[in-house]
Design a protein around this ligand. Structure first.
Ligand SMILES: Nc1nc2c(ncn2[C@@H]2O[C@H](COP(=O)(O)OP(=O)(O)O)[C@@H](O)[C@H]2O)c(=O)[nH]1
Ligand SMILES: [Mg+2]
Ligand SMILES: [Zn+2]
Length: 371
C-alpha cells in the first residue's frame, strides 16, 4: 500500500483574499481556522499541509482516511458523548465539536467505542474526525468481554479511595494499580476524606503502598490537607483520577482549581455508595500546565486482557518474591516451595495483597458495572 505523502503548499491568492473579506463570525470549523492562520501567524502557517493518498488507499493504520487530498488539523479529544466529541486544536487551542465519520465508527470491533478522551486525532472539514493516532498509553477495563478504554495518552493515574463514606476498598485500589502498571502508566495512591477518620488508622494501608515506592497522598478536599502535595504531583502532567463514585475525585479537582467548578454529588445516606455525576471521562486543562482527567466512578474493575500468569508481575511487592518459588509456573496458591506463601507466613508480605493477587489471577469477574 502506497504511503501518503505530505506536502506544504501555499494558499492560493484568491483563497486568502476571500478569507479576509469573508464572514469571520463563524466560531468553529475549517474556515475560521484558515483565516486565523493567515492573519495571525508567521510565514510557515501561510502554508497548509495536504496529505496525498494514492488512489484506492483509503486506510492508514487500519483506519479510513479520505481518498482525495484533504486539509486536516490535529487535536486532542477532551470528551466523547456518543458519536459527538469535543476536540481541542493543537495549534491554537480552540475547541471544536466534532463528529465521527461513519466508517471510523465501525472499525473497532473489540473496543466498546473507538474514540476516547485523551486521543489525538486528525479532523477534516466540518469537524469530521478522520483518523485516530496510535496511543502512547491507555487505561482499559473489561466491559462484559469488550475493551472499554477509559482514557488514552495519560502519564499517570491517581487512584483515589476514601477513608470513609464510601468505605475504603483496598482491593479496588490494587486492581487499578495493576491496570496502570500493566499499561506502563505511573500509579499514585490518594486516600481522601481523611477528615472523617483518625488519620493513624490509615497508616498500615498507606504503608503497604508507600513501601512499594508508590507516592501515597493522604488528603481532604474539605480541609485542604494534602492538596498542595497533590498539586505538586499533578502539575505539568496528564493525570487520570480513577476510583469509586463518591470518593471525592471531582471535589479534589475543585480544590486544586476552583475555576473548574465541577459538580459534586451528595453521597446517599442509605447505601453510602454515591451517585454518578461524571458519566464519561473528560480532560480538564491544568492552570499550571498538564491535564486532569475526571473519570466516572468504578465500583468493580477488571483490567482488560490480563494474563493470569502475568498478574504477580504487576504486584510490585510480590514480584521479586515470586521469582524464588520452586516451580516457575507457581500460582502461589497450593504449591509446595512457594516463596510467596512463606513470605506471608513470615510477615514479609501483606496477606491482603497476596489474596488480591490470587483473586485477580483466578480471573474473578466483577458482576456489576458502574456506568
Ligand atoms: N468529609 C469529606 N467529604 C468529602 C471530601 N471530598 C469530597 N467529599 C464529599 O463527597 C461527596 C462526593 O464527592 P465527589 O467529588 O462528587 O466524588 P466523585 O464521585 O469521586 O467525583 C460530596 O458530597 C463531597 O462533598 C472530603 O475530603 N471530606
Ligand atoms: Mg465526580
Ligand atoms: Zn509461589
Amino acid at each position: 500500500m502506497a504511503k501518503p505523502r505530505k506536502l506544504r503548499v501555499e494558499f492560493r491568492k484568491n483563497r486568502s483574499t476571500r478569507r479576509r473579506s469573508g464572514d469571520l463570525t463563524r466560531a468553529e470549523g475549517d474556515d475560521h481556522e484558515r483565516s486565523e492562520r493567515i492573519s495571525g501567524k508567521g510565514d510557515l502557517t501561510r502554508k497548509r499541509t495536504v496529505v496525498l493518498h494514492a488512489p484506492g488507499d483509503d486506510h492508514v493504520d487500519g483506519l479510513p482516511v479520505e481518498s482525495a487530498a484533504v486539509t486536516a488539523w490535529r487535536g486532542r479529544v477532551l470528551n466523547v458523548h456518543g458519536l459527538e466529541s469535543h476536540v481541542q486544536a493543537d495549534d491554537d487551542g480552540r475547541i471544536v465539536r466534532c463528529t465521527m465519520r461513519r466508517l471510523l465508527r465501525t472499525v473497532a470491533t473489540e473496543q466498546r467505542h473507538p474514540l476516547t478522551a485523551g486521543d489525538w486525532v486528525r479532523v477534516g472539514g466540518e469537524g469530521a474526525i478522520q483518523s485516530i493516532e496510535p496511543r502512547s498509553s491507555s487505561l482499559s477495563r473489561d466491559s462484559r468481554g469488550r475493551r472499554h478504554v477509559i482514557v488514552a495518552n495519560v502519564d499517570q493515574v491517581l487512584v483515589v479511595g476514601s477513608a470513609a463514606q464510601p468505605d475504603l476498598k483496598p482491593g479496588l485500589i490494587d486492581r487499578l494499580i495493576v491496570a496502570a502498571e500493566s499499561s506502563g502508566i505511573r500509579p499514585l495512591v490518594c486516600l481522601n476524606k481523611v477528615d472523617l477518620v483518625e488519620p493513624a488508622t490509615l497508616v498500615p494501608l498507606a504503608g503497604v503502598f508507600a513501601r512499594m515506592g508508590y507516592p501515597v497522598i493522604l488528603c481532604s478536599a474539605v480541609t485542604g490537607m494534602g492538596v498542595a502535595r497533590l498539586h505538586a504531583e499533578l502539575r505539568g502532567r496528564v493525570t487520570a483520577l480513577v476510583g469509586q463514585s463518591g470518593v471525592g475525585k471531582s471535589s479534589l479537582l475543585n480544590a486544586l482549581d476552583p475555576d473548574l467548578d465541577l459538580r459534586v454529588a451528595e453521597v446517599s445516606r442509605d447505601n453510602e455508595k454515591g451517585r454518578h455525576t461524571t458519566t464519561t471521562a473528560r480532560l480538564l486543562p491544568h492552570r499550571h500546565g498538564g491535564w486532569f482527567v475526571d473519570t466516572p466512578g468504578v465500583r468493580q474493575f477488571q483490567p482488560w486482557q490480563l494474563v493470569p500468569a502475568e498478574v504477580p508481575s504487576a504486584f510490585r511487592d510480590l514480584r521479586p518474591i515470586a521469582n524464588l518459588c520452586r516451580f516457575p509456573d507457581c500460582t502461589h496458591d497450593h504449591e509446595t516451595g512457594c516463596a510467596v506463601k512463606d513470605a506471608v507466613a513470615d510477615g514479609l508480605l501483606d496477606v491482603r495483597r497476596w489474596e488480591s493477587c490470587r483473586q485477580l489471577a483466578g480471573g474473578d469477574e466483577p458482576s456489576e458495572e458502574d456506568e
